[in-house]
Every structure is written in structure tokens, then in C-alpha cells.
Design a protein around this ligand. Sequence first.
Ligand SMILES: C[S@@+](CC[C@H](N)C(=O)[O-])C[C@H]1O[C@@H](n2cnc3c(N)ncnc32)[C@H](O)[C@@H]1O
Length: 281
Amino acid sequence: MEYTGAVLTDGVFNKLKELIYELSGIYFGEQKKYLLETRLSKRLSVLNLSNFDDYYNYLKYSPEKTGEVKELLNSVTTNETSFFRDMPQLEVFVDILKQVVQTAGKNAYKKKIRIWSAACSTGEEPYTVGILIKENFPSFALNFELIGSDISTQVLDSANKGIYGSYTLRNVSPEILKKYFVQIDDDLYGIKDEIKKMASFRNVNLIDAKDVKKLNEFDVVLCRNVIIYFDAESKKKAITNIYESLKKGGYLFLGHSESLHSITSLFKLVGLGKTPLYRKE
Ligand SMILES: C[S@@+](CC[C@H](N)C(=O)[O-])C[C@H]1O[C@@H](n2cnc3c(N)ncnc32)[C@H](O)[C@@H]1O
């Protein structure tokens, strides 16, 4: 982190938090003021600005504002993720895939089974799904279509590269590591092409209905550990957009600490306990 010495005063904090909220749905409460100051200090350094008021004006009025908004979103998003995150939930996910494959029957050869990792960060989630597909449906993998998306362009660049350090691979068994990764050096592994080419990545903002409309007809959507950063209104927007993108009968997985309770009754809750699982009726 760069140290600029600039302090985020209440006035400019409120303006920046409002702008970030409008752009992304991410809500920075008062208790996250210092976090925002830390995250944006680097942008001040890069742009050679001495205070946050100038940075806000740059975001609003500079000819470079479009590019800087991208950098802002790259800076304020929390991108923590890992391979095989929340294994008990992924076991339920595999059960659902088996059900979807069975329902699709012969049609699956004509019409692909579509899975969307909405807010996929650096790609661990969609590549985990790719590995689970290869492991569970070895002769059927080509009938799946796997899309990962995120609001941050920086994480999508990493996802496209598919190179990972050992920390994010901590839950990967030695057999799976050997089978689907190539070791590049002591602490660096590349995902093998057979998995990499299963997934494609898009820059999509979940609270933007027009953006999400570009993606549709999904059988299963994973939207894990994202709406936790939203307030109720943004949660409702994102979930409504996802609802529209799902096929009838399609499934939505949220993170295990997330729920649609008091957000929307669009979905039917079909899984409780092991994982919150929702279905579009
Ligand atoms: C904590 S990560 C979760 C990654 C993965 N789904 C998982 O559970 O491991 C949250 C991701 O949500 C993305 N995000 C935040 N707001 C978003 C929005 N409005 N639209 C799309 N992605 C968003 C962030 O950029 C970040 O990569």
C-alpha cells in the first residue's frame, strides 16, 4: 500500500461512498471509512493527486474518468476466493448438476447445460466447477457451457491467465493438483488447458439490468459471497437480474452466510441446512 498522507474527510467519504454505491451496489458504511481510505490511497499516488477531493473530481469530470472508474471498481472490490471453496456446498452443487443432466437427457447433446459463476473474482470458482464437471461427467463435459463474470476487470485478467499461488490451492487434493495443474515454479501453478478452455469470462455488473441481460438461459447460477457487500436495495436488483437470466426450473446458489430472506420472494427456497439453494419456479 502506498502512503500518501491524504486523509479521507467525512464530506468526501460521503461523496465517494455514494458514487461507489451507484456504480456497483457496494455499500461502504461509516465503519469502513478507513478501509476505503487505504484502498484508494494507491490511486492518489498513481495519479499524483494530493487529496481525496481532487480524486473525486477526477472521477466525475476528468476526460480519463471512464478508465478511472474501472480502476476505482478494481480498488474497492473484495476479491477473496479460493479453489473448492465451501466443499459441502459444492457437493450439493454436483448433486444438482446430476439432476440437471438427467432432466436434459438426450437434449443435452443439442442444447448445452449453462452454468454461470456470477462474480467469479480471479477464476477459482468457475475453474473449480470445470474440474467438478470433468471429474463427475467425464464423457459429457463438452455439453456444458461455463461463464464467469465480475465487475472488476483486474480480476478477470487474472482469471484469463489462470495462474495461481499455493495459498488459493490449499483445498485442492494432491491428485487433483497433479491432474489439472502444471507447476510453473515453487509456488506457482497454471490451470491446464482442458479446464481453462471450458470457461469464458465477461465483465458484468450484477446490479445493471442491461448488462446482465446479455447473459441468459442458465441452468445453474453461483452467486456466492457477493451480495454480502450490498445493501437491501442492491441485493434485490442483483437477484432480480439473476432471476431473469435463469431458465425456468434453474437453480441459484448463494454463499452459505447469505440469504434472500426479506429481500425477495421470487425464488423458492429448496435447500436449507447444508446450503441455501433457490429455484426459479
Ligand atoms: C469475495 S468475491 C467472491 C468470489 C467467488 N464468488 C467466491 O465465492 O469465492 C466477490 C466478488 O464480487 C465482485 N463484485 C462486487 N460487486 C459486484 C457487482 N456489482 N457486479 C459484479 N461483481 C461484483 C467483486 O469484484 C469480487 O470479485
